[in-house]
Design a binder for this molecule. Structure first.
Ligand code: GLN
Length: 456
């Protein structure tokens, strides 16, 4: 039987108002370890947790004293001696770190399969959890009282959140400090959250957001009071998603229409170029970020220092997975002197245009779409997808990420027992409007969960 709940109160306030049994955390840990054998949500659990509202941290965000692998063999054994700023800020309040969550290697992926530890979808363990924040989504879907800190570069929060039936929020670029995040693509990376209630994301966002002297791109800006009752659907969206998703999304839109939202279609010139632009920029940056992992100062150490220079590095860099290698090669190519005008600079121009065009639309409305074109695929289906097909499946999540626009995914339907997410995008620094929207929706829709570990 599915366990359900609804209402507007956040899980954080419910937890705070409850009396915890003495052995709450010990029981929680043993429940997590047991289910983890099946679902692979956590890479590491914190045996020392003894107080606070549980939060997990994606394995590419540093927590002092806990291995941070970013889902890669290359970082095996790396124990950060410091906390990421966002982690530090939660720990300074009443939050308890519960563990590090599984992910695609360095954030490269859309299905959680580009890593040794493949998280499973709690609604159907034959299916993917989504990616790259696979473990974060699974943890949120199985733990009753919990928020997940995670990262999105091109959709890695919205995508797994939709597949696992939880709320996934990606803030405006710069709103949450990236200090302590293991970089994938610095001009695109954002730290964000997943939770079972939008209200809980509001609570943690209040705690972690704002400037940090260790991240010069972090800012203290929010706009409020923008009332948006118009929902834009980008022309062509529904033709490109699976029929069953399009059908159920249309019903959802009709419902919103009957509740007073004005629904409009809009075209965004060159929106389809977001995908190539994103992958060019992100791979170019990733290839420079990964250059430091050569087993000498960073990356899995090859202690044989007497080896030939080339052999030494080749051996160390063999620890990268196939997708990381692909991105290093492509990323190095697109920024090489003779072709960078054709690829890298062109991609930057497209990004600027997309920002301009989407900003104009977002002035007076949200952009809405299904989060993903299909329900969570079977593991083997995802594994069989050729790389370019896998990249194309991100077409709804990439535009807001490319433009640094805040966006949120929340469940709006279940098809064959699998959750389906909707994504709304708003203008820069209007982050809280997304949480308002999702909270409104939660008043009338019951999110479903198969597990409620840590119930009180
Ligand atoms: N699927 C995208 C990629 O592989 C998104 C990854 C992310 O947001 N970290 O780049």
């Amino acid at each position: 039987m599915d366990l359900r709940y609804s209402g507007t109160m956040g899980m954080i306030s419910e937890f705070a108002a409850s009396e915890l049994p003495k052995d709450y955390y010990a029981n929680l840990l043993s429940e997590i370890k047991e289910i983890n054998k099946k679902l692979n949500a956590f890479n590491v659990v914190n045996e020392g947790i003894s107080s606070g509202f549980p939060f997990s941290v994606k394995d590419n965000i540093c927590v002092k004293g806990f291995e941070a692998t970013a889902g890669s063999r290359m970082l095996k054994g790396y124990i950060p001696p410091f906390n990421a700023t966002a982690v530090e800020r939660l720990l300074a309040k009443d939050y308890g770190f519960v563990g590090k969550t599984a992910m695609d290697e360095f954030g490269f992926g859309s299905f959680g399969i580009n890593t040794d530890r493949i998280a499973r979808n709690p609604f159907d363990t034959d299916r993917v959890a989504g990616g790259s924040s696979s473990g974060a989504a699974v943890a949120t879907a199985i733990l009753k009282y919990h928020v997940a800190m995670c990262e999105s570069t091109g959709g890695s929060i919205a995508n797994p959140a939709a597949n696992c039936g939880v709320v996934g929020f990606t803030p405006t670029y710069g709103v949450i400090s990236r200090y302590g995040l293991i970089d994938y693509s610095n001009s695109l990376d954002k730290i964000g959250f997943m939770a079972r209630k939008a209200e809980d994301i509001r609570t943690v966002l209040d705690v972690v957001r704002g400037p940090d002297k260790r991240d010069t791109t972090s800012v203290d800006r929010q706009i409020t009071g923008v009332k948006k009752s118009r929902l834009y659907i980008i022309k062509g969206t529904l033709e490109k998603v699976d029929k069953e998703v399009a059908l159920s999304f249309s019903k959802f839109i009709d419902k919103l229409g009957s509740e007073g939202y004005e629904i409009k279609e809009v075209s965004v010139e060159d929106i389809e170029k977001s995908i190539p632009a994103y992958y060019i920029i992100s791979m170019a940056e990733a290839s420079t970020n990964l250059a430091k992992y050569n087993g000498y100062k960073y990356g899995l150490k090859n202690e044989n220092f007497v080896e030939q220079y080339n052999d030494f590095f080749t051996e160390a860099r063999a620890n990268f997975g196939i997708e990381a290698k692909r991105r290093i090669i492509l990323g190095t190519f697109v920024r090489s002197a003779n072709v960078k005008g054709r690829y890298y600079y062109r991609a930057l121009k497209i990004r600027a245009k997309i920002i301009e065009r989407m900003s104009a639309i977002l002035q007076d409305g949200f952009i809405i779409s299904p989060t993903l074109p299909m329900k969570a695929p079977k593991l083997e289906e995802a594994q069989r997808l050729p790389p370019v097909k896998a990249y194309m499946s991100d077409f709804l999540n990439i535009p807001p990420n490319l433009g640094g626009f805040p966006h949120i995914s929340f469940p709006f339907d279940y098809i064959d027992g699998l959750p389906i997410g909707a994504q709304i995008i708003t203008s820069h620094f209007n982050d809280y409007a997304l949480l308002d929207f999702a909270s409104e929706w939660e008043k009338q829709f019951e999110y479903r969960f198969k597990y409620n570990l840590g119930s009180l």
